[in-house]
Design a protein around this ligand. Structure first.
Ligand SMILES: [Zn+2]
Ligand SMILES: [Zn+2]
Length: 365
């Protein structure tokens, strides 16, 4: 199946009524016209996502099968490659806010995404989440709430990931540990004490395990500047939709900077951890040792997928702080200022309490 070669991601997404630009409506299967309200449905096919055969693909890398051409803008400052699916309004790097130059846009190939988790809510909800987050921060300066409530440069960004599926088989040799307890007597005379101590008895164990490893998620981008914090980097992949460039309309999309080959090495490491866990479960007992683990992966497939994140920043006392909101789950993480005086006074109060206790104890003796 070669669906990709004919797809042009920059197919014009304009309104049939008024010609204005259509943008994806978060939480729906629609692209809508902000100007006249016209809506179009993004039809989803009933077909399962197209998983690409890994080995075949790696061998034919040069052929760029399932690739398509998109217009990219490169950020010289942080190295991010971004594609803006809208007529260019403000052109700033989504990570580091450095201005990007339209004249330097270039055509680039990328492996066609197989699936996308579309944005579930609009940027104004991301701002509400942000406000709630700010008001719940401990040790924050008093005027932070007033000062920080107009976030700047909010961008919806589709972040690239690789996912891998594989059939895993492994042979292991190790030991099963079973706990038992002994009574130990230490000291003598008045200081004689008996305690229960745990010991482990080891038995040889070996065997074979197998199973299907589904949707191992590996990040596909890495910048010098902003990274998507791991605290928000968790999505429900049950909500993946078949890729359609219309889901990108109105958003920024980042191209992977970690090649498939390197992503696959990460996935293999994760598969090894899974195999070790399966082996431990297979060995059983109270504790386990693994001396040898040989893993084979077969029927390996992969997908390039896009996942939604809002990136934004706010200013406080002349300094810029970034925050990130998961565009599906609403989980937020960001950098923030601390109030020196609040922390100072809290420590002082704690010291006074401790001092009081020490004084009290001393006067009792
Ligand atoms: Zn319209
Ligand atoms: Zn940048």
């Amino acid at each position: 199946m070669n669906v990709a070669s004919s797809i042009n991601s920059e197919r014009k997404k304009s309104c049939i009524n008024c010609g204005a630009e259509l943008t994806y409506e978060p939480g729906t299967d629609l692209i809508t016209c902000d100007y006249c309200g016209h809506k179009e449905v993004i039809e989803q096919s009933d077909q399962p996502f197209q998983e690409l055969e890994l080995n075949k693909y790696m061998e034919q890398m040069g052929a760029q099968s399932h690739s398509m051409e998109i217009t990219m803008l490169h950020c010289d400052n942080c190295g991010a490659n971004q594609h803006v699916e809208e007529s260019y309004k403000s052109l700033h790097c989504v990570y580091c806010t450095m201005p990007l130059i339209i004249e330097e846009a270039y055509k680039d190939d990328w492996i066609l995404p197989g699936a996308v988790v579309p944005f579930d809510f609009k940027s104004d909800k991301a701002h509400q989440i942000f406000k709630k987050w700010v008001s719940g921060l401990w040790w924050a300066p008093n005027n932070l709430q007033k000062a920080s409530l107009s976030p700047e440069n909010t961008k919806g960004l589709y972040v690239p990931y690789w996912t891998f599926d594989a059939e895993l088989d492994a042979q292991y040799e190790g030991e099963r540990g079973e706990y038992y307890y002994v009574t130990v007597t230490r000291g003598s005379g008045k200081n004689k004490r008996t305690t229960q101590e745990r010991r482990t008895r080891w038995y040889d164990a070996s065997g074979e395990i197998s199973g299907f490893v589904d949707d191992t998620l590996v990040k596909a981008s890495q910048q010098k500047g902003g990274q998507i914090p791991s605290q928000i980097a968790s999505w429900n992949l049950d909500h993946l939709k078949t890729f359609d460039t219309r889901f990108l309309a109105g958003y920024v999309t980042e191209k992977y900077t970690i090649p498939l080959k390197d992503g696959h090495l990460d996935a293999k490491e994760k598969a090894k951890e899974i195999a070790a866990n399966w082996a431990r479960r297979d060995i059983g007992g109270d504790t386990q040792r693994i001396h040898r683990l040989e893993m084979q992966l077969s029927d390996q497939t992969f997908k390039h997928i896009l996942l939604p994140v809002y990136i934004s920043s706010y200013k406080f006392n002349g300094k810029r702080y970034n925050f990130y909101v998961n565009g599906q789950t609403g989980v937020i993480h960001g950098t923030r200022p601390y109030s020196f005086w609040k922390i100072f006074l809290a420590i002082l109060a704690a010291l006074i309490v401790i001092g009081g206790i020490v004084y009290f104890i001393n006067t009792q003796q």
